[in-house]
Design a binder for this molecule. Sequence first.
Ligand SMILES: CC(C)(COP(=O)(O)OP(=O)(O)OC[C@H]1O[C@@H](n2cnc3c(N)ncnc32)[C@H](O)[C@@H]1OP(=O)(O)O)[C@@H](O)C(=O)NCCC(=O)NCCS
Length: 210
Amino acid sequence: MDGDYFGSIEEFTLPLRDGELVDFRPVKQNDKETLQKGMLALSSKSRYFRFFSPILKLSDTQLCDFTEIDQQNHVAWIALAHNEPEDRGLGIARFIRIQDRPEIAEFGVAVIDSYQRRGLGTILLAVLHRMASIKGIEILRGYVLADNTVMSNWLGRLGAVGVHENGVYRMDLTVSDDLFSSKCRKILTDCDLKHNSQDLQKSVFSTRIN
Ligand SMILES: CC(C)(COP(=O)(O)OP(=O)(O)OC[C@H]1O[C@@H](n2cnc3c(N)ncnc32)[C@H](O)[C@@H]1OP(=O)(O)O)[C@@H](O)C(=O)NCCC(=O)NCCS
């Protein structure tokens, strides 16, 4: 992956594995309604896995905490349906640097259920990983419920090391330059095979993600 790619742009568009285009950009202050709508598109299981409780809605305080951020110590990116007039949130990922351990940041990621298993989580985690690297973070730490085997197995395959604490895995993913390069390349290759379209490849900047 081009080392400066994610760090040098403010937004980009990429295809999922099946070729559907998705827009990605940093979270903004006025994304509160989009985040709240996104909660409705998460199943109770996904909400439970993300928030450790089956909350239906984000509180006003959470909405402020999740959108009024500095993009330095608290970094968040959102995935939006491509070219839709009204923003429709498909997924979101964030990390927050631990104050007294600035080389570690805790992260969270969620993809709405109808878009899961299509490569969106991988792109969001790749963006977080790149941002963490740019900001000098050495470890991305995820807290994963013991029954969330999709997440714990996925992080395990990426090389994260887990410690079990009271029903929750604390999983540390070391930030290393080439972690996601092959994953992102595979998403783009799969997409190209399905669509056999050079125009699509050009339109999503894929040549710069290798
Ligand atoms: C975890 C989550 C973000 C993954 O998002 P996604 O868009 O489905 O992710 P991807 O399609 O990129 O898949 C990522 C990996 O998980 C695997 N995976 C995804 N869904 C899976 C499922 N239902 N069963 C088995 N594996 C699955 C994929 O095969 C892939 O693994 P690989 O790269 O080793 O092949 C999504 O399932 C989610 O939002 N879950 C609810 C919230 C949550 O658990 N957040 C994590 C706590 S912070």
